[in-house]
Write a protein that binds this ligand. Structure first.
Ligand code: 26V
Length: 795
């Protein structure tokens, strides 16, 4: 540690010519970022040599998204350096928390899928598993959301200006990626050779982000690829007189890693998205194969030493890319290449929402990636013939990879992977019984489940140190190392003092959040009120609208029917895809309800609505520890798992949820009496849809629904009205908000009643914390390791 202190001082002196007491916060920030990265690089070097010597199997985790969150606090926490650094800085009147706050939150993802990838990198590293993440170094991460007059506006997130200090540029490992052009076949002495001509050449530059493990010697890497034009290639073209073409590489290169697509619903017709996908999968695969060949001088044992995990279908082009490399660059036969490929890949499905299941039009795809397209076509031809042989041809309508001139990426992944998993028990069941049931018939045993998990070291250890320290002292077990030990807390479920202490800690976190809310929205909220939290992407299926309907219902009850409820603060955080009109209208509605309440001297003493702008990892770390209620109210069967539900539970919030995704498993863990479950179940939703769902009838026959919807028509959004939303609910209501409305408000009443019995509430909260052990990412990673990856720890 002395060394680290000295290193910081030396850096400040040599880099800025300042002693630490002359340094600015900005300089101290930079020094800490760079020096922490250097420690990790050094540790990485040792870890790497162990890894090399052991010749063990490794995992490569492919994901278009990693929501890493701020890195400095995470790294200092993991390295056990936080306390010392804090002391050093305070000697010179710096506050470490202010320094932390200078780091941009790298928003290289949209939501749960990207955050999950980061939780798994953290957990696998803390448990000493060899894993490398691959993604894109987006110049602009997910947009910054600003709410103006209730409407979402998007601004670029230029995170690299302050965020690049943690990255290591590895210019020794650049690779070339080829787009467009045409392929030709030539007979050579080695047989039929495919060559790719007249292509546009792009260079992928690797930047490494070190991932530290908690109290461990392991340092894994998240490799982020940045695109740049291939200058050598340009000059050649230029010399050949193809001036226009020489600029093409520049144009494509400058766009590929420019921005993260800020959508998690569909990418129909986006050529740039195809290029992004191929760019990072090709770069990663080329590097993996090259490294393997250098180590073993053969690729025959590739699948024994390498497992490549595909996080949703976005990296699916890994599959034809590995085939291409094996066939065209290493002269493998189709059969041998296919055997290696199908033993290498494992695929996780994260959604059954039809819009989000990726499909590419052949017309768009083929010109961009001519060779990759012919390989996919051949995979499909062989798959279809095989289905004919086994008598499954009648199911090709759903199973074939190319259908109606569209390439169905999930089908490609299922056919080509040795394992396919869903992300919660319910979701995995739906995959085999419904979405992919034909595949399950022809590939028995290929499908399984790994319920998601969260990095509790971040979501409790770092974001709620008050609770973490308290539990540490109380339980005397290292649950930060092993979350299953948190179960010991259950022994205190009737201990009044412990229950009161937990309530006090919650109050501290609520007070901290209340200060932030005041600063950011101007709304003064009471930490004694119930903090009712719904934070997640804005989607119709997640039903933020149902939550809003309940608030309007309460508003009316207070205003017109004399209801005097226990005070409640409804807290929302949600980004909408930039082109998602309904989602943006729902944000506007929530903000307008908030204003309406604030303008009403009677109602505002009982309920408050705050919409916190720019929901992101850093904000989640502030909101989640302060929550009393965790709203997980998606239509049953739609939320694959959810992971916010787990983070909130771990921090003592009680779930108000449908039987959807991992809520089902939370319900199982805590028991019926420690959760609020409402609404239709998945089979009920399905049969209602089948028999014809009629929301208008509900509107006409149920006064609570009618009054609420009629009232929404007269809410004034500063010139905007919400008739469109009301009409949508009455005429269509695709996610059945109205069908679940009465059940939802009943549960909400029950919550209020329960909350006023503080002892009972606190006990429920304690049980939730105590039972959260199974939702640790350590458990999930262990399941991936044992059931799918079959890898060992680095020793
Ligand atoms: C889909 C698409 C579609 C094309 C446009 C870009 C894009 C970007 C992301 C996605 C991902 C959609 C799937 C997804 O986010 N699933 C979520 O995964 C979480 C982790 O498993 C899970 O907890 C959530 O329930 C699930 O919605």
């Amino acid at each position: 540690m002395n060394n680290f202190t000295e290193d910081i001082k030396t850096y400040l002196e040599t880099k800025f010519g300042n002693s630490i007491d002359e340094a600015s916060e900005r300089q101290v920030y930079q020094a800490l970022m760079v020096k922490t990265r250097d420690i990790l690089s050094q540790k990485r070097y040792k870890y790497n040599s162990k890894l090399k010597n052991s010749c063990q199997k490794q995992v490569y985790y492919m994901s278009m998204e990693f929501l890493v969150g701020r890195t400095l606090r995470n790294n200092l926490f993991n390295l056990g350096l936080e306390k010392e650094v804090r002391e050093l800085l305070s000697e010179y009147y710096f506050d470490l928390d202010d320094i932390y706050a200078m780091e941009p939150d790298p928003g290289l993802g949209n939501g749960g899928l990207g955050r999950l990838a980061s939780c798994y990198m953290d957990a696998a590293t803390s448990n000493d598993y060899p894993i490398t993440g691959f993604s894109i170094l987006y110049e602009f991460g997910i947009f910054k959301q600003i709410i103006k007059n209730g409407w979402q506006h998007e601004y670029p997130d230029n995170w690299l200006d302050m965020g690049s200090y943690g990255l290591v540029y590895r210019n020794d490992e650049e690779v070339e990626i080829k787009f467009y052009g045409k392929t030709t076949e030539e007979w050579t002495e080695k047989g039929l050779k495919i060559s790719h001509k007249d292509y546009t050449s792009i260079i992928a530059e690797p930047y490494d982000l070190m991932i530290s493990g908690y109290k461990s010697d392991s340092v894994n890497v998240l490799r982020l690829w940045k695109s740049k034009a291939n200058e050598r290639f340009d000059i050649k073209l230029f010399e050949k007189g193809e001036y226009a073409k020489s600029v093409e590489s520049e144009v494509i290169a400058s766009s590929i890693s420019r921005l993260l697509y800020p959508a998690d619903d569909n990418d129909n017709g986006k050529a740039l998205r195809i290029k992004q996908q191929y760019f990072f999968t090709s770069a990663s695969l080329q590097q993996i194969v090259r490294k393997h060949f250098m180590n073993y001088n053969t690729l025959d044992n590739f699948a024994e030493k390498v497992v490549i995990h595909i996080n949703d279908t976005h990296p699916a082009m890994c599959i034809p890319e590995l085939m291409r490399i094996l066939l065209d660059e290493y002269d493998y036969s189709w059969e041998k290449a296919w055997e290696i490929t199908t033993n290498t890949f494992a695929y996780t499905n994260h959604t059954i929402m039809a819009e989000a299941l990726e499909k590419w039009s052949v017309h768009l795809f083929e010109p961009i990636l001519p060779r990759i397209y012919t390989i996919i076509k051949e995979i499909n031809n062989r798959f279809c013939s095989w289905c004919n042989e086994i008598g499954a041809s009648h199911e090709l309508e759903t199973m074939s990879i190319i259908h109606n001139n569209m390439i169905r990426m999930a089908n490609l992944c299922i056919v080509s992977s040795f394992n396919v998993n869903g992300v919660s028990k319910l979701h995995s069941d739906i995959l085999v019984k419904d979405t992919f049931k034909s595949f399950n018939r022809i590939y028995p045993g290929k499908f399984d489940n790994v319920t998601n998990g969260i990095a509790h070291r971040r979501w409790l250890g770092q974001s709620n140190p008050e609770l973490a320290n308290y539990l540490n002292n109380l339980l005397g077990v290292d649950f930060i190392n092993d979350l299953s030990k948190i179960n010991k807390l259950i022994e205190y479920k009737d201990n009044e003092k412990v229950l009161r202490d937990l309530e006090d800690i919650k109050r501290i976190k609520k007070t901290q959040l209340a200060i932030y809310i005041k600063e950011s929205t101007g709304i003064k909220v009471d930490p004694n009120s119930i903090f009712d939290v719904q934070v997640k992407r804005l989607h119709e299926y997640k039903r933020q609208l149902l939550n809003a309907l309940h608030i309007v219902y309460l508003y009316r009850e207070i205003k017109f029917n004399g209801l005097r409820p226990f005070p409640r603060t409804f807290i929302f955080g949600a980004k909408a895809s930039s082109g998602y009109v309904m989602a943006k209208n729902i944000i506007k509605l929530i903000c307008s309800i908030s204003e309406m309440i604030e303008a009403d001297p009677l109602v505002r003493d009982y309920i408050k609505v705050v919409f916190l702008e720019d929901y992101r990892v850093t904000l989640a770390e502030m909101i989640i520890p302060a929550a009393n209620i965790s709203e997980q109210i998606s239509q049953a069967g739609k939320e694959a798992s959810g992971t916010g539900n787990m983070k909130l539970m771990l921090n003592g919030a009680i779930t108000l949820g449908t039987m959807d995704g991992a809520n089902v498993e939370i319900h199982n863990a805590v028991g019926d009496e420690n959760i609020f479950i409402f609404g239709l179940t998945t089979p009920e939703v399905n049969s209602l849809a089948l028999n014809g769902y009629n929301p208008r009838e509900l509107y006409l026959n149920i006064p609570e629904i009618k009054d609420t919807l009629d009232f929404i028509r007269i809410i004034d959004g500063n010139g905007t009205n919400f008739n469109n939303i009301v009409d949508y609910l009455i005429n269509n209501d695709p996610y059945m908000c109205l069908a679940d409305f009465i059940s939802y408000i009943e549960s909400q009443k029950n919550i209020e009643k329960t909350y006023t019995n503080r002892a009972k509430w606190n006990k429920m909260s304690l049980v939730n914390i105590a039972k959260s052990g199974i939702f640790s990412a350590d458990r999930a990673v262990e399941e991936y390791v044992n059931n799918i990856w079959k890898i060992n720890k680095v020793r």
